[in-house]
Design a protein around this ligand. Structure first.
Ligand code: NG6
Ligand code: CA
Length: 512
């Protein structure tokens, strides 16, 4: 793999030189493409109309899909947020590291400064790098003081700029962090956060349900902020607290401003939206518009944010030179802890369709996500069935930017640039999917390791795909993972089990 990486990077660097020489004699030198990665939260494969949704329309995402490549077998590294984001930014599967599960809002940063990361590689290649939106990878060194400079964080692992929702919309502290500081903080009203004992005397969802505009269905009954009770307790920071209804607009404006400010240089923007995570509290422009309750409304809101990003790229004449990706951090969930009508108003909409399961699940619905890549200058529009994983952004964009990676860097990131650009029909030859258990995909085959966990998550009604026996599915004929072939095909099952064991025991992925 290392050899392959160096060769590819070398060839690309040579090509880049040739291009520069050729174009210098004609006109301006060729510039590296901007990269904009729009990362939805909990948006399912079947939640977008370009993947078959009919009850909900996502015209902006559909337009990008029509102008670019729509992938049907693209994966987040995991079925929940923190491990997917960790793996995407480091190029290392999260299951290789302890402490990379769903984090509380006061967790320490889990990516060590100095490591090779997706932004650090691009920064080295001359990109200006920014992250706007949901972080959920921890900040500081533990028990961070939100009233002082908050570090280390994104700026210490390769980003030049950040504007963050520190953890999730449903976790305290409910404030934005820009670079090293909480925005709008009144020093006379300091913030305190606790994920253990209650602090302060502010109302909680548990004690004061009469103050709530959205009620929890499970968990989420601690400090009330903006009429919504959260996970965790906070006090203080009143002037700095976000208003959920405005969150999509606030972060989209920051993302647009980043693009405007850096239009003259190659930039990388990681725009991680809060939608469609809970609490789903759409702006009045979208409230009631989907007919599917707030979950449908925030899908429309997300689509509109995608439209705003596409619009600014058009307005600034950058669209042709920008590699734009729209994808999601894990599969969908309907009831994720608030009584927001998502279940009652779902109708026949199937958020993970045609896949089984969803967020938290070993089934394909856990990690198989919407994935659209547009780069008008380079890509021929179409549909790709290549197997790709978000961990691969690091090695692939490194190659695109002419960077060579250290041997130890990004151990599970494969350079699949030809697949991402539609020049090859094949991406990886395998991928490991992470939920409670690990699964191995090889071509159409999927092996789920034996697992003792529950089959159904009672609270979210998600089929988790846990089974004390091994499971083997042939996805080309049984995409819904209904017929377990493990007993019929003991040899293939044993081979896949062996390869998964080897991947787990080894320290890096290999193969195509
Ligand atoms: C769960 C939360 C869920 C969501 C999830 C993280 C409860 C009962 N459930 O623990 O609401 O916040 O964590 O989602 O608290 S993720 O997309 O960030 O991984
Ligand atoms: Ca998520």
């Amino acid at each position: 793999m290392r050899r392959q990486r160096m060769l590819v990077a070398g060839v690309l660097a040579m090509c880049a030189c040739v291009h520069v020489l050729a174009s210098e004699t004609q006109s301006a030198p060729m510039r590296k493409p901007n990269i904009v990665l729009i990362y939805a939260d909990d948006l399912g494969y079947g939640d977008v109309s370009c993947n078959g949704a009919t009850q909900i329309k996502t015209p902006h995402i559909d337009r990008l899909a029509a102008q670019g490549l729509r992938f049907t077998d693209a994966h987040a590294a995991a079925a929940t947020c923190t491990p997917s984001r960790y793996a995407m930014l480091t190029g290392e599967y999260a299951w290789r590291r302890k402490g990379t599960g769903i984090l509380p809002g006061n967790a320490a940063l889990i990516i060590e400064p100095g490591r090779t990361t997706l932004p650090s590689v691009l920064k080295k290649a001359g990109y200006t790098t920014g992250v706007v939106g949901k972080w959920h990878l921890g900040l500081g060194r533990g028990n961070v003081d939100w009233n002082k400079a908050i570090e280390p964080g994104p700026l210490e692992i390769g980003f030049d700029y950040c504007f963050l929702i520190p953890a999730t919309g449903d976790r305290v502290p409910c404030v934005y962090v820009e670079n090293h500081h909480v925005i709008g903080l009144d020093p006379d009203d300091p913030i305190e956060v606790s994920y253990g004992k209650p602090i302060g005397d502010e109302p909680t969802g548990k004690a004061n349900p009469e103050l709530l505009k959205v009620h929890p269905s499970h968990g989420h009954d601690q400090t009330i902020v903006n009429g919504i009770s959260r996970i965790g307790y906070m006090r203080g920071g009143k002037a700095a607290r976000w208003v959920d209804e405005d969150m999509a607009d606030v972060i989209t404006r920051k993302a647009v401003a980043f693009i405007e400010q850096h239009k003259a240089e190659p930039f990388f923007l990681y725009f991680a939206t809060h939608d469609t995570h809970v609490p789903r509290v759409p702006h009045a422009r979208f409230a009631g518009k989907s007919g599917m309750g707030p979950r449908g409304d925030v899908i429309l809101q997300f689509d509109a944010c995608v439209g705003e990003i596409a619009k600014v790229l058009d307005r600034l004449g950058l669209a042709d030179d920008t590699l734009l990706i729209v994808t999601s951090d894990n599969g969908p969930v309907v009831d994720d802890g608030y009584k927001d009508d998502a279940v009652a108003k779902l109708g026949s909409h199937a958020p993970a369709a045609p896949w089984r399961g969803g967020k938290y699940s070993n089934f394909e619905g856990g990690t198989r996500v919407p994935f659209v890549v547009r780069w008008p200058k380079r890509l021929t529009p179409g549909v790709s069935e290549a197997l790709v994983c978000q961990t691969d952004f690091l090695a692939s964009f490194a190659a695109l930017a002419g960077q060579t990676l250290d041997v130890a860097a990004a151990p599970d990131s494969l350079n699949i640039l030809p697949a991402l650009l539609g020049e090859s029909k094949t991406g990886r030859d395998h991928v490991v999917e992470q939920a409670r258990a690990l699964s191995l995909r090889e071509g159409p085959w999927k092996y789920i390791e034996p697992n003792e966990g529950p089959k159904l998550q009672r609270q979210t009604n998600t089929e988790l795909g846990n089974d004390p026996d091994p499971q083997l599915y042939h996805l080309s004929v049984d995409g819904g993972e209904t017929k377990n072939l493990a007993t019929e095909q003991p040899e293939r099952t044993a081979e896949m089990e062996k390869r998964l064991k080897a991947l787990r025991a080894g320290d890096r992925s290999s193969g195509g």
